[in-house]
Each structure stands twice: as structure tokens, then as C-alpha cells.
Ligand binder design. Structure first.
Ligand SMILES: *[C@@H]1O[C@H](CO)[C@@H](O)[C@H](O)[C@H]1NC(C)=O
Ligand SMILES: *[C@@H]1O[C@H](CO)[C@@H](O)[C@H](O)[C@H]1NC(C)=O
Ligand SMILES: *[C@@H]1O[C@H](CO)[C@@H](O)[C@H](O)[C@H]1NC(C)=O
Ligand SMILES: *[C@@H]1O[C@H](CO)[C@@H](O)[C@H](O)[C@H]1NC(C)=O
Ligand SMILES: *[C@@H]1O[C@H](CO)[C@@H](O)[C@H](O)[C@H]1NC(C)=O
Length: 318
């Protein structure tokens, strides 16, 4: 309990002026509803904007990969998310990102949607989806007017997909983490011109998340460094080295703190958020690290009834 006490003290000291707010889709014990809202890291407040019926938007608790496919379009201020219906077919929903009101749903894709990315400058929606064959996935552009696949940009073979993806709206590339023969593989797919799998790089570490900073062309990634002690870290991914070129911050040096699947990057404030658990007693934790100065902190939310299914930062940075 001394450890928790230290956490509470340090999180009080670390309060600053800029607000640390993550937007998310949540669920609780209610089996018919999910929620759209936000979490304020500093005040520990969950703010629910609207409830959504899982018969309309699908059930985020049934997703196959650990993060709900969700992406934010700041031009129209909407989110696109994909959750499975009772037959495990994805429902692609368009939701007002201010009010949480459901604007439209599409059921035109039959295979599992693994991740979604919105190109904020070209205003295009992309999806990584499963095919009929195991370890063959498709990177596609989705028509936002009807939810249909507009183009297949790449077919990725012999790779098991993961929930990890990120996007560069300047270089127009969809980044993916895949698994091939026990190794993580980092791939880049062109979303410009005729598409194409541009490269694949075998990694010498096991990532738990990645976020691309399109202002500095840097891919940040979370991992555990066990070389001397157990250290949950954030680093810069270097594709030519197939690994971490620089450690930019520490999430936790306690082996009791596990880094889990959710992450978000505040591109204006240069803050990387990663979800954490404490000995699985406190499953709802948030860590943040400023990737420029390595300052950060973590906080647990033991009293909340809500579980997150995806995180994003509501911002539009040009
Ligand atoms: C779930 O939410 C619906 C709609 O608000 C409500 O009618 C229902 O009673 C809730 N179920 C439980 C178990 O709380
Ligand atoms: C979202 O809701 C706000 C507040 O009602 C409204 O001003 C805005 O036009 C809505 N956006 C869309 C895309 O429906
Ligand atoms: C899919 O890929 C994973 C990871 O490489 C491998 O373990 C599994 O056997 C593959 N399945 C098929 C059907 O190729
Ligand atoms: C992807 O785009 C880059 C930059 O436009 C180009 O150099 C490369 O050849 C493209 N790769 C494929 C597979 O088309
Ligand atoms: C891993 O930890 C060792 C020992 O603290 C350190 O020297 C090394 O730079 C770390 N590597 C990465 C990639 O974080």
C-alpha cells in the first residue's frame, strides 16, 4: 500500500495547467448499452456524453483484438468505430464526437475489422480487415457514404494481425504491427496512388503500442526492457535497426505495473498515454509521458465502473 500512497502523492504534485483528457468508448456491467465520453486524468472524472445501444452499434465487449477499431475525423468532428454484432459481423458506426449521437451505421463489410485510420488531410477512411483466409489481411479504403470497400490497397500474407496500427497523413502511410513466426513485424502500406505494401521490417522487441507523430516523423512505441530490471518504457522505433533507437521515457519501473493495449498520442503537447494495470487488482490505470522531456506520471482509477475500449485525443493539429 506504500506504493499506492507514493503514486497518489506524486500524481498530486504533477498537476499542470494543460488538461489531460482522453476520449473513449466505455462499457460497464449493462449488457445492452455502451457509452461515449471522456476521462480527465487530473480530476479522475469520467464524463459520459451519450449511451449507445449495442443492437445499433455492435458490442465492443465482443471484439476479437483487444482494442476497438476507432478513428477520429476532426474535419467533421465524428468518430468511426467498428464493433461486432451478434453474428460477429462488423457494424461500422459514425458518431458525433461532441454529443455521442449516432449518425449512421453500415453493415457492408462481412469480415472482422482489425483497425481503422482516418486521413485527416485527404479526408479518407482506411481499414485493416481480415480476409476469408487465416493470416491474409487486406488494407482497404472505405467509402464513408455507404461503408463499402472502395479500393484494396494491399493484401498482406503470412502474417497474423494485431490491434496495433498508426497513420501518417503527410506521407500517406498506414503502419501496422503483425506477427510472423513468433516475431513482431512492422509494416507500412501506401494509401496514395495505387497503394502497395511498401516495406516490412522484422523487430527485435515486442511492442505493446505505437503512435506516429506526423509533425516530427517519429514513431513512438511502448515496450518492456528486461535487460537488467523490468522497466516499462517508451522509445523511438527505428525500422532500419528493427528496434528501439532511443528510450524517451519510463512508464514504470515496477514489475507489478503492466502496460496494456490502449494508447493515445497528444501531438500538440507531445504526450504519449498508455493504459496500465496494477497486479490486475486495479485494471484501470493511465500513464503519460512527455516524449520531449521524459516527464510523466501514472494514476489508477480504482473506483470506476467503466472499462475503456479505445482511446483518442480530440484535436486537429495541422
Ligand atoms: C441498461 O440500460 C438500459 C437503458 O438505460 C436500462 O433500461 C437497463 O435497466 C439497464 N440494465 C441494467 C442491468 O442496469
Ligand atoms: C454534432 O453535434 C453538434 C451539437 O449538437 C452539432 O453542432 C454538430 O453539427 C453535430 N455534427 C455532426 C457531424 O452531426
Ligand atoms: C498464422 O501466423 C501465426 C504467427 O506466425 C502462426 O503461428 C500460425 O500458425 C499461422 N496460421 C496459419 C494458418 O498459417
Ligand atoms: C509507396 O510510396 C512511396 C512514396 O510515394 C514510393 O516511393 C514507393 O515506391 C511506394 N511503394 C509501393 C509498393 O508502391
Ligand atoms: C534497457 O535497459 C538498459 C539497462 O538499464 C539500458 O542500458 C538500455 O539503454 C535500455 N534499452 C532500451 C532500448 O530501452
Amino acid at each position: 500500500m506504500y506504493f499506492l500512497f507514493v503514486l497518489i502523492i506524486t500524481s498530486c504534485l504533477a498537476k499542470s495547467d494543460s488538461s489531460r483528457i482522453l476520449h473513449s468508448v466505455f462499457s460497464d456491467s449493462n449488457t445492452t448499452q455502451v457509452y461515449y465520453g471522456s476521462i480527465n486524468y487530473d480530476t479522475e472524472q469520467y464524463n459520459i456524453f451519450n449511451s449507445l445501444n449495442i443492437n445499433d452499434v455492435g458490442n465492443p465487449k465482443r471484439i476479437k483484438y483487444s482494442v476497438l477499431p476507432l478513428t477520429y475525423d476532426p474535419n467533421d468532428d465524428v468518430i468511426y468505430m467498428a464493433a461486432p454484432d451478434n453474428d460477429n459481423r462488423p457494424i461500422l458506426s459514425v458518431i458525433n464526437a461532441t454529443t455521442g449521437h449516432l449518425l449512421s451505421t453500415f453493415k457492408s463489410i462481412s469480415n472482422t475489422i482489425i483497425s481503422l485510420q482516418f486521413d485527416i488531410f485527404q479526408k479518407q477512411l482506411f481499414a485493416h480487415i481480415e480476409s476469408e483466409k487465416e493470416n491474409v489481411t487486406l488494407l482497404t479504403e472505405i467509402d464513408t457514404t455507404n461503408g463499402n470497400i472502395k479500393h484494396v490497397l494491399a493484401t498482406i500474407r503470412d502474417s497474423k494481425p494485431t490491434y496495433m496500427s498508426s497513420y501518417c497523413p503527410i506521407c500517406r502511410k498506414y503502419f501496422l504491427m503483425m506477427i510472423e513466426d513468433e516475431h513482431f513485424v512492422y509494416a507500412g502500406v501506401n494509401t496514395s496512388n495505387s497503394g502497395g505494401l511498401d516495406w516490412k521490417a522484422k523487430l527485435n522487441y515486442s511492442p505493446t503500442g505505437m503512435k506516429f507523430d506526423y509533425k516530427t516523423f517519429t514513431m513512438y512505441t511502448t515496450y518492456v526492457n528486461t535487460s537488467i530490471r523490468y522497466v516499462s518504457s517508451i522509445g523511438i522505433l527505428d525500422r532500419t535497426k528493427g528496434g528501439i533507437s532511443k528510450n524517451v521515457g519510463i512508464i514504470s519501473e515496477s514489475p507489478d505495473v503492466g502496460v496494456t493495449s490502449f494508447s493515445a498520442f497528444d501531438i500538440a503537447e507531445k504526450i504519449y498515454y498508455a493504459s496500465i494495470t496494477l497486479d490486475s487488482v486495479f485494471p484501470n490505470g493511465i500513464s503519460y509521458v512527455n516524449v520531449d522531456n521524459s516527464q510523466g506520471d501514472l494514476n489508477f482509477f480504482p473506483n470506476t465502473k467503466y472499462n475503456s475500449h479505445a482511446w483518442f485525443i480530440k484535436q486537429f493539429v495541422h
